[in-house]
Every structure is written in structure tokens, then in C-alpha cells.
Ligand binder design. Structure first.
Ligand SMILES: Cc1cc2nc3c(=O)[nH]c(=O)nc-3n(C[C@H](O)[C@H](O)[C@H](O)COP(=O)(O)OP(=O)(O)OC[C@H]3O[C@@H](n4cnc5c(N)ncnc54)[C@H](O)[C@@H]3O)c2cc1C
Length: 398
């Protein structure tokens, strides 16, 4: 892409949310352009848990059935406390669809369903401003080109340049004290785990284990972030070594799973979030620019809903745009603005509650104080009595 280019709808970021938004628009026969700064589409983080609400949204995009072929249906779960040898396992039911998808499968399924020429890699957006004459957005790209758009949707993740440049957030990103390591372990002869989600806990170290297929298992470990982790995070061998040290006292099979993991799937991530109340007091639209996915509601992985919420954003945003394009008699600019206001109105409370629930679970893991933990549990018992409330949500038809 060179020189000055005109495009109606530009999506910044070719991650999960950007691709889902482009596909949702494509299903409504609306063309868009996706700008991704990396050389190839990224699928960092091994796998993603997708709960029933996420599957409903993926079905709307028309990729659910393809993805079900490569991800086992998880039929139940159990929690194993390891601190007390006398303590019993606590089984928990999983009443709705719950699967673990390889991130590469998800990104491929979305990208392969888009028309050729939609995605432009190596296109980093450096800055964005409103054209003083038309009031439509102009994007400055790293290769020197200028892109004149009618609409910009920032799906550029947790450190969103679009949100920052446009002042779409009033508060700064904060950090949890907890970090997450994730990876795959391959069992070429097949593993013997049931199709269940197993959580183990010892002190402030938690391990989650979920089979993706008969030969592949996804796992994650949460523990407190320490001062050496920034260095450790750069080297998978160091990550594995440090995880094995954190997991002292874990069962042998759990230690073996980490020891035999695929090194190239390993990631150790420091967790950033925006305070939930930021979602209530921001507008997230300026002219015909808006944001979606982590750019709007980065919240941490503690209830495994950030990805599914991003796919829901995509469905709702495309639906609102398509409806207004068909019915609005306003000018093009007003029509886009009305569509975005409708989208943000529909999403606001949904993402606020998701973000609040995630925040409370994250803070419960962060704290070493039993009083703070008790207060958080009391809040959660009042606000989120049904632990599956978030996966019962249906974002509706595209
Ligand atoms: C440890 C961890 C575990 C998680 N587990 C789950 C889970 O099990 N289930 C779940 O639902 N969610 C999970 N999530 C959340 C989920 O991963 C995110 O919500 C989701 O990936 C957000 O997608 P996104 O497209 O908004 O952002 P991203 O995936 O970050 O994509 C943003 C894209 O924008 C590109 N970009 C950035 N800046 C620019 C620019 N200036 N110009 C052009 N391109 C740009 C980036 O290169 C990137 O490709 C987890 C998150 C973490 C951290």
C-alpha cells in the first residue's frame, strides 16, 4: 500500500477481534481493510478457551463448525486442592458448550474466510487524525502512506494506539500481580486425560489443564509475577525451568507435562487491565472512529472471556453498521456515528460486568490477605451467584 489511498472501513489490527470484525462485515456484504503491523498474522498464547457465548458468536460468523472439528468438547471439570492432602477433589459440571481451540486454528479459520486482499500485513498505523475539511479520519502508516478512511475501528489490542491517540480512555492500564504462563504438551501416542477441565492449586500457584485433541493438551499456570520474570519471559527454556520451580509439591504427571511441553508454544505474560469503571465513564467514539476487543476492554484472562467478548463485539458492530446502512437517511458521517453509538450502547453493560467479574477473580488471586480475599468472595457471592452467567449470554444474530 503506497501513496494516498481511499478506503471506507479500515480495521487497525489483524488479531482475533480485527479479523472477526472484518468477517462479520463481509457476511453483511460490507467491505473492509485490515491493517496488521506484523509480517504475518500472530497467534501468540497457544490456545484459547471458548465458552458457549463465544461459540454462538463464532456460529454467526460461519466458522463454528470448522473449529469444532479440531477441538474436543469438554464435558466436566474438577478442582484439586494440593495444600491439604486430606482435602477432596471438587467436581464441577460444565452444562454448556466449552472447548479449547488452538489460536492458529482460530486465526486461520477467520482469515481464510475473508476475501483476498482484505488483510494487509506490515502496515503499522503510526498516527491518526481527523481531516479538518471532511472530519473523516486519516491514518499515517509506517511505510509513509496516508490512508483516508470514512471509518476506523481500532482492534489493536491492549496497548491500542488508536485509543491512546484519540483519548478514548481516561484511565491508565494497570497490572495484576499475577502472571500467566501458557503452553502445549504433545502426546504422540495419545494422552489418557478425560475431556475435562482440571484446576489444581497449591499456595498461590494454580495449574489449569484442558485437552484440545486426543494428542494435544493445553495448560496454563498462574503465579505471582517476580522481578526476574521480564528476563525469564524472553527465553522458553528459562520459562520452563522457572515453572518447574514454582510447581514444587505438584503431582508427578503435572510436572512431567510441563517438562515435556513444546518449547515454541511457551509464553509468560504479565497481565494488564483497565479498571472496569473505565468502561462506564468513557464514550469510545470520536467522530467515525471507535474501538473493539482488548483495545476497549483489556481485562485479564481470569474468567476466559476476553476473546469471546471480542468476537461478540464484532458481531454486534457489524449488525449495527449494516442496519444503519440500510435504514438511515442521514449523511454518511452521521450514519456511521449512529451505528457506533448503537454498538457501544449494546456492549457497555455486557463488557462492564465481564470486566468486573474478571477483576474480582484476578484480585482474589493477587492478594495474600485472607480478609481481602473474604471481602472479594462476599462481593462475588452477591454479584455473580451464577458462576456461568457470562457464558449464557447470546449476542444475537448477525
Ligand atoms: C494469558 C492470557 C490468556 C487468555 N486466555 C483466554 C481464554 O482462554 N479465552 C478467552 O476468551 N480469552 C482469553 N484471553 C484474552 C484474549 O486473548 C484477548 O481478549 C484477545 O486476544 C483480544 O483480541 P484483540 O484482537 O482485541 O487483540 P490482539 O489479539 O492483541 O490483537 C491486536 C492486533 O493488533 C496489531 N496491532 C497493534 N498495534 C497496531 C498498529 N499500530 N498498527 C497495526 N496493527 C497493530 C497487533 O500486532 C495484533 O495482531 C487471554 C489473554 C491472556 C493475556
Amino acid at each position: 500500500m503506497n501513496g494516498t489511498v481511499d478506503a471506507d472501513i479500515v480495521i487497525v489490527g489483524g488479531g482475533l477481534c480485527g479479523l472477526a470484525t472484518a468477517l462479520a462485515l463481509h457476511r453483511k456484504s460490507i467491505r473492509s481493510l485490515v491493517l496488521e503491523r506484523s509480517e504475518t498474522l500472530r497467534s501468540t498464547g497457544a490456545a484459547i478457551l471458548v465458552q458457549a457465548n463465544g461459540w454462538r458468536a463464532l456460529d454467526q460468523l460461519g466458522v463454528g463448525s470448522t473449529l469444532r472439528q479440531t477441538s474436543l468438547l469438554i464435558q466436566g471439570g474438577k478442582f484439586i486442592p494440593l495444600n491439604d492432602p486430606e482435602a477432596k477433589e471438587i467436581p464441577f459440571g460444565i452444562s454448556q458448550e466449552f472447548r479449547c481451540i488452538k489460536r492458529t486454528d482460530l486465526i486461520k479459520a477467520l482469515a481464510n474466510s475473508l476475501p483476498v486482499g482484505t488483510i494487509h500485513t506490515r502496515c503499522q498505523v503510526l498516527s491518526i487524525e481527523l481531516d479538518p475539511l471532511t472530519q473523516f479520519p486519516q491514518l499515517m502508516l509506517s511505510n509513509g502512506s496516508i490512508l483516508q478512511a470514512k471509518v476506523v475501528i481500532g482492534c489493536d489490542g491492549v496497548n491500542s494506539a488508536i485509543a491512546n491517540m484519540f483519548g478514548l480512555h481516561k484511565t491508565r492500564l494497570l497490572f495484576f500481580s499475577t502472571s500467566v504462563a501458557r503452553g502445549f504438551t504433545n502426546y504422540p501416542k495419545g494422552h489418557e486425560y478425560a475431556s475435562e477441565f482440571v484446576m489444581m492449586c497449591r499456595d498461590q500457584v494454580q495449574l489449569g489443564r484442558i485437552p484440545v485433541s486426543d494428542t494435544l493438551v493445553y495448560w496454563f499456570i498462574t503465579r505471582l509475577w517476580n522481578s526476574q520474570d521480564s528476563t525469564i519471559a524472553k527465553d522458553p527454556v528459562l520459562i520452563r525451568q522457572s515453572l518447574m520451580e514454582s510447581m514444587k509439591g505438584y503431582p508427578v504427571e503435572a510436572m512431567d507435562m510441563i517438562r515435556n511441553c513444546k518449547l515454541n508454544s511457551l509464553h509468560l505474560t504479565e497481565l494488564k487491565y483497565r479498571p472496569p469503571w473505565d468502561l462506564l465513564f468513557n464514550n469510545f467514539r470520536k467522530g467515525t472512529v471507535t474501538i473493539a476487543g482488548d483495545a476497549m476492554h483489556a481485562s485479564g484472562p481470569f474468567i476466559a472471556q476476553g476473546g469471546s467478548a471480542s468476537i461478540e463485539d464484532a458481531v454486534v458492530l457489524a449488525r449495527c453498521l449494516a442496519q444503519k446502512m440500510q435504514t438511515s437517511s442521514n449523511t454518511k458521517k452521521n450514519m456511521f456515528e449512529e451505528a457506533f453509538d448503537q454498538y457501544l450502547k449494546e456492549r457497555k453493560m455486557r463488557i462492564f460486568w465481564l470486566s468486573l467479574h474478571t477483576f474480582l477473580v484476578g484480585k482474589k488471586l493477587d492478594t495474600q490477605s485472607s480478609i481481602v480475599r473474604f471481602i472479594i468472595l462476599a462481593f462475588m457471592a452477591v454479584l455473580f451467584r451464577d458462576p456461568d452467567w457470562h457464558s449464557r449470554f447470546d449476542c444475537g444474530k448477525l
